[in-house]
Write a protein that binds this ligand. Structure first.
Ligand code: FES
Length: 495
């Protein structure tokens, strides 16, 4: 029988199904809910068709029209798979992390918009500059995900002739998000600040990304990019301009610059670190005198992509695991039959299994079995544990090398801030037990979307913060350290 691949975004999973398989049959396995029971009335199962074809029957079209959906949306409960397709799953999008935290600011008149342009997700917040309060929020998936989930595939797609299209769709998406913000709160905008990684900045700005694809993978084009809305195709009047903040290095962007601003590590005497636990785990270590940063190949393990039963934190996901009276207790989102495991529970599982000696020092499953059961049918394979080891070693080795670069010990760091959506749900005690961060728990703090916090701070005063941080910050290539391989292999162990 003919088979087709379905790619699910932003989860990044690819599943293979038989021709004519109803989407409802396969998607519920991934925690997608069908609240009206597949009658086509609630619209909650809507998926955006990013690639491929889904035939729409007359009745399906009537349901789509009734729900007021545009032409690229389909109702999963009315769709069958008849070709290779890429779907954006609307129900996953609520997992995008916005921010409501307080920060220091000097009140200004007017309104601004802060945007976190992530590889996977986009967040835009409308801010009252007299109070710093968020008046409206818009989140969505980065439409470039159809060109690949990670930075390497985005760079490749741009080099393969899609650069102009990638620039067009990201500008159009952000423009649409701004329109939605202003529909919610019709105010006059003074300025717009955007932060994102270097690849996102160059593509948004219509700049050549070839240098990032060729040895030595360096670009000089790191500076701030300034635009008038008209240049971006946005029908909007603003008194100031749109600023895309400068990158620190070829693979450490203005999202990390903003993160440094959010933690205030550039003004503190004590050594502080920031770790963004995304697919491209960035690490910053420093104080008001010197700052070093690097990106690591932490890999997508934390987002569930390379884990056999990995899934996002949606219905059916094991979201946390604890050991109570020597019994494994699992939290399953929605209290349903468990279907998979999300990143935070992966950390829990590895930490607990190691503590119980079910996993050995090299990550081996001590029983000699192929898997270890988590709960119900959910299990970890040997490969899953090895994927986790690669990710945790990348972070631990990165921290050690950065400390060495500025001649400090890891123990000199007084506080480590964990950024990013996944970081928000992680159990710090278990994180420490896995050896990913070899510091006491009380030094480790979750900080949420630091890129967005920084982008908001930049709406108030940016020149001074940005130049202060950039002057002090050095971008380090971890692999150029002669001991990198040894340290990395060492950090894979569970001691
Ligand atoms: S489940 Fe309600 S519209 Fe599909």
């Amino acid at each position: 029988m003919k088979k087709h691949n379905i790619q699910l975004l932003p989860l990044g999973k690819i599943i293979q199904v038989n021709d004519q398989t109803p989407l409802i049959d396969v998607l519920h396995e991934f925690g997608i809910e069908f609240p009206c029971g597949g009658k086509g009335t609630c619209g909650k199962c809507k998926v955006k068709l990013l690639n491929g074809e889904i035939d729409v029957s007359d009745i399906h079209q009537q349901k789509i029209d009734k729900l007021g959906l545009s032409s690229d949306w389909r109702l999963a409960c009315y769709s069958n798979c008849t070709s290779d397709i890429t779907l954006e799953i609307e129900q996953f999008n609520h997992l995008i992390l916005a921010d409501e935290s307080d920060f220091d600011f000097n009140a200004l008149a007017g309104f601004g918009i802060a945007i976190d342009l992530g590889t996977t997700t986009l967040v835009a917040q409308l801010v009252d500059l007299s109070t710093s309060k968020v008046l409206a929020v818009e989140t969505q998936l980065n439409p470039q995900v159809k060109f690949g989930a990670d930075l390497i595939s985005r760079i490749q797609a741009a080099l393969d002739g899609h650069a102009t299209e990638m620039t067009r769709i990201i500008r159009a998406s952000i423009g649409a998000m701004i329109e939605l913000l202003l529909q919610k709160q019709p105010v006059a905008i003074d300025r717009i600040s955007i932060v994102g990684n270097t690849v996102m900045q160059l593509i948004f700005s219509n700049c050549d990304i070839t240098p990032l694809a060729e040895y030595p993978f360096n670009t000089d084009n790191l500076g701030k990019k300034t635009f008038q809305p008209k240049e971006l195709g946005w029908n909007l009047q603003i008194t100031d301009n749109v600023q895309f903040f400068p990158s620190i290095g070829s693979f450490v962007g203005s999202d990390i610059l903003a993160g440094i601003a959010a933690t205030g590590l550039h003004v503190k005497e004590e050594y502080t670190a920031l770790i963004d636990l995304g697919t491209n785990g960035e690490i910053v270590v420093g104080n008001k005198h010197q700052i070093v940063c690097a990106s690591t190949a932490a890999g997508p393990a934390f987002e569930g992509t390379n884990i056999s039963m990995g899934m996002r934190a949606v219905t059916g996901a094991v979201s946390s695991i604890s050991l109570i009276d020597n019994q494994l207790m699992s939290n399953i989102i929605g209290n349903v039959t468990p279907k998979g495991i999300c990143g935070s529970a992966l950390v829990d599982a590895v930490a607990i299994f190691r503590a119980q000696d079910l996993i050995g020092m090299f990550g081996e499953i001590n029983s000699g079995e192929a898997t270890i059961s988590v709960t119900g049918n959910v299990h970890l394979t040997q490969k899953d544990i090895n994927e986790f080891q690669l990710a945790k070693a990348a972070i631990a080795a990165g921290l050690e090398i950065l400390c060495k670069t500025i001649s400090i010990q890891l123990s000199d760091i007084q506080n480590i801030y964990i950024a990013g959506g996944f970081g928000n749900y992680i159990n710090i005690q278990h994180l420490v037990q896995t050896g990913m961060i070899e510091l006491p728990e009380n030094k480790i703090h979750k900080m949420g979307n630091t890129a967005l916090i920084g982008a908001k701070m930049f709406l108030f005063s940016n020149e001074e913060i940005v130049s202060t941080i950039l002057t002090k910050t050095k971008h380090i290539n971890l692999e150029s350290d002669p001991n990198f391989q040894d340290i990395y292999v060492d950090k894979m162990l569970f001691l």
